[in-house]
Design a protein around this ligand. Structure first.
Ligand code: HSE
Length: 413
């Protein structure tokens, strides 16, 4: 029998205990051992739980119990999760986590501790919820040099954007619905401001480059500024707006960012709706590979956590080969140098010689028309531009009597 502890009994944690209890016979058959939940750590009371007697509020009951070999961390946030996970590793316990903030901010250090002690530190559920992506990247695609990853990595924002696109629902109503359905983070700003997607693309980038990419150095935009007008222009252009996390090799540097993008209807990611996530991986030998599934929600995420626990059980004395070195984000391309075509929606005081005035500033642009657009509104797509040049061009443009209302990148994958 392998004894495990689960730290956190929230949405994902309760799903983990549910799966481990409900599927115990099947799971035992697959790992050839019984997995026994010895302790569940949470400050709240759960008197109706079938294992209510195993709840504790005291971390030392897990840390100091040498019979507990595997600890699941599903508390979320950096503290106290970081302190607890580090202590567990230092005490010789393998750790499984779904906590993307922890992995994105402390992954290099925790992987190093696990490596030195021949323990596993697994985090499949931290990216893409129930979608397998960490293990495929680490194993199935291991012979490739991964050149680029582009993903819809946040279920909440994809759900909100889908409701805005398909039902013209307001941002606020769609967010409330996502929260009611249990998709959103404790603090929804992490979803809607793009930080959750940023943590996930940082984890994927760290994996493919073998060097930690810290979220602090990654340009991150959320969807709070996306309006129903922008959604309408994207439709006229022939696409949809999606929040994309993107990383690619570019001239020895890693171009990495999170931002809303116009994705053409011809691209596979354009049809990924609701809470679904999709991750497009470009390997030098495989070409494009797309991973698709539910990126948020209790049981999809919990199933990935439980699979990691099972992996730990079958590899108790053998370390899975997941590792990246620490870094100072030295390989991350400065945001000003990133290159994209941009969609621009602007207010024009005067539309005389419009084509000439726009192309004089941005280069040759293509204009987009939309039904029921306000009289003084214009919209166009620029050529590929360095962000610093685009920013400069916007300032020149505004001196000529225009006001930029929104600017959104055009996906190039
Ligand atoms: N809040 C996250 C999302 C949960 O919406 O994708 C899964 O990481």
């Amino acid at each position: 029998m392998i004894q495990v502890a689960v730290m956190g009994h929230g949405v994902v944690g309760s799903g983990v205990t549910e799966i481990l209890l409900n599927n115990s016979a099947e799971i035992a058959k697959r790992v050839r051992d019984e997995i026994y939940i010895k302790k569940v750590l949470d400050l709240r009371e759960f008197p109706d739980s079938p294992i209510a007697d195993r709840f504790t509020k005291d971390f030392s009951e897990i840390e100091d119990d040498d019979e507990i070999k595997i600890v699941v961390e599903v508390m979320g946030g950096v503290e106290p999760a970081y302190t607890f996970v580090k202590s567990c590793l230092l005490k010789g316990k393998s750790v499984v986590t779904s906590n993307k903030e922890l992995v994105a901010k402390k992954g290099a250090e925790l992987l190093k501790i696990a490596n030195e002690r021949n323990l596993n530190f697994l985090f499949e559920a931290s990216v893409g919820g129930g979608i397998p992506i960490i293990r495929p990247l680490n194993q199935c695609l291991a012979a490739n040099n991964v050149e680029e990853i582009d993903g819809i990595l946040n279920g909440t924002t994809n759900f909100i954007l889908t409701k805005m696109i398909e039902d013209s629902m307001s941002f606020e109503d769609a967010l409330k619905l996502a929260q009611d359905l249990g998709y959103a983070e404790r603090n929804p700003a992490a979803d809607v401001e793009g930080h959750d997607a940023c943590r996930k693309i940082c984890i994927l980038a760290s994996m493919i480059f073998g060097k930690h990419v810290y979220p602090d150095g990654v340009h991150t935009e959320g969807i709070t500024k996306v309006t129903l007008d922008d959604v309408g222009y994207a439709q006229s252009w022939g696409g949809v707006i999606k929040l994309i996390g993107s990383v690619k090799q570019n001239g020895g540097k890693h171009q990495i960012l999170v931002a809303p993008m116009f994705v053409p209807n011809t691209n596979q990611l354009s049809s990924v709706d609701d809470v679904f996530n999709a991750i497009l991986v470009k390997g030098d030998y495989t070409g494009d590979v797309v991973f698709y599934g539910k990126g948020a929600g209790k049981l999809p995420t919990a199933s990935a956590v439980v699979a990691d626990v099972m992996d730990c059980v079958t590899n108790l004395d053998r370390r899975r080969n997941i590792f990246w070195e620490d870094s100072k984000n030295e390989s991350v391309m400065p945001f000003e140098d990133t290159m994209y075509s941009m969609f621009v929606r602007a207010y024009a005081v005067d539309k005389t010689d419009l084509d000439k005035r726009v192309s004089g500033v941005f280069g040759e642009c293509s204009f987009i028309e939309k039904d029921n657009a306000p009289e003084n509104e214009i919209a166009f797509v620029t050529p590929l531009m360095k962000y610093s040049d685009f920013d400069k061009a916007c300032r020149t443009f505004e001196k000529d009597g225009f006001r930029v209302l929104s600017s959104i990148r055009i996906a190039d994958f």
